[in-house]
Design a protein around this ligand. Structure first.
Ligand SMILES: NCc1[nH]cc(CCC(=O)O)c1CC(=O)O
Length: 328
């Protein structure tokens, strides 16, 4: 008996198609089952100008989830950083594949890096998390920079710099890497990967979530072959930190869990995990940044606990007093 093709619901954007395409290839390889992409048009795709008002990237996730729940598609791929921290009662994240580069990247004319931005530089980003950390960096380095909110796909964003309307833009490295063709995209511009010590990424940045209905146990089991346990514990701790901070304050949050190997270069001997978190005001005048290091969590509950412990310390150190926008 030939099994019918699995239907992978995807948005039409270049990034969504690239992410879904990579996961479709991996599912075909690991399960031997055919996979077809089913394009879903979301409200966010048709009314881009109102994206901020209708709730940012949450609308993209919601449309894919509706298609899953209606049985129109079998599974979907989300950028994990766009996924709400509250689990959906009828859906499971069956796999979190190995994470891409979690860093943010500054795109600017060759020779211009974060530490060499021109005086009064205008940097394109609408993310409160990036804005807070860029402003804090500028303050501590005696720089004067302004963050300018921008929208649109990657080409549009990079276009602002190519045309000289902005001095730089900040994007997630993972998105660029997944789309591919970065050289053609940026032309004579250059990439400066921002050190996470200066700009912590969004919780879950660079990771994907492969989601399907909880009722389809066979599919949950098949998709779980794509899961990377190290990525999963790391992003679980990051998202637990985010959830706890969201409950305690409304300021932008960055988080990154690193797995520390005692034998780097040989890949296997991972012994400890370091979780770093940051929360601050968008003007960069106040940042609460803390980290904790401990044994790699061996369960979902341990990873959740690590995030909560760090969040409690951050709230006690002043995060509870911060108000602001939610980070994307
Ligand atoms: N907020 C939109 C979004 N969601 C996921 C990515 C990039 C891919 C990723 O972080 O996994 C982006 C674009 C960006 O922030 O530059």
């Amino acid at each position: 008996m030939t099994e019918r093709a699995l239907r992978l619901g995807t948005r039409r954007s270049k990034l969504a198609m690239a992410q879904s395409g990579h996961v479709a290839d991996a599912v075909r390889q690991l399960t031997g089952r055919p996979v077809e992409l089913v394009e879903i048009t979301t409200y966010g795709d048709t009314s881009r100008e109102h994206l901020a008002q209708i709730g940012g990237t949450g609308v993209f996730v919601a449309a894919l989830r509706d298609a899953l729940l209606a049985g129109e598609v079998d599974f979907a791929v989300h950028s994990l950083k766009d996924l709400p921290t509250t689990p959906h009662p009828d859906l499971v994240v069956a796999a979190i594949p190995r994470r891409e580069d979690p860093r943010d990247v500054l795109i600017a004319p060759a020779g211009t890096t974060l530490d060499r931005l021109p005086e009064g530089a205008r940097v394109g980003t609408g993310s409160p998390r990036r804005t807070a950390q860029l402003h804090a960096y500028a303050r501590s380095h005696g720089l004067d920079l302004t963050c300018v909110p921008i929208r649109g796909n990657v080409d549009t964003r990079v276009g602002y710099v190519r045309k000289g309307e902005l001095d730089a833009v900040v994007l997630a490295a993972a998105g660029l890497n997944r789309i591919g063709g970065t050289e053609e995209l940026i032309g004579s511009l250059a990439l400066d990967h921002l050190p996470v010590d200066s700009v912590l990424p969004a919780p879950g940045q660079g990771a994907l979530a492969v989601e399907c209905p909880a009722s389809d146990a066979g599919l949950v089991a098949a998709l779980s072959a794509l899961d990377d346990p190290h990525t999963r514990v790391a992003v679980t701790a990051e998202r637990s930190l985010l959830a706890a901070l969201e409950a305690g304050c409304s300021a932008p949050v960055g988080a990154l869990a690193d797995l520390l190997a005692d034998d780097p270069g040989h890949g296997q001997a991972v012994t400890e995990m370091r979780l770093r978190g940051v929360v601050g005001t968008t003007d960069g005048s106040t940042l609460v940044q803390l980290s904790t290091t401990g044994p790699v969590p061996t369960s979902h509950d341990e990873a959740m606990a690590l995030g909560r412990v760090l969040a409690d310390e951050m709230l006690a150190k002043g995060a509870a007093g911060l108000m602001g926008e939610r980070a994307l």
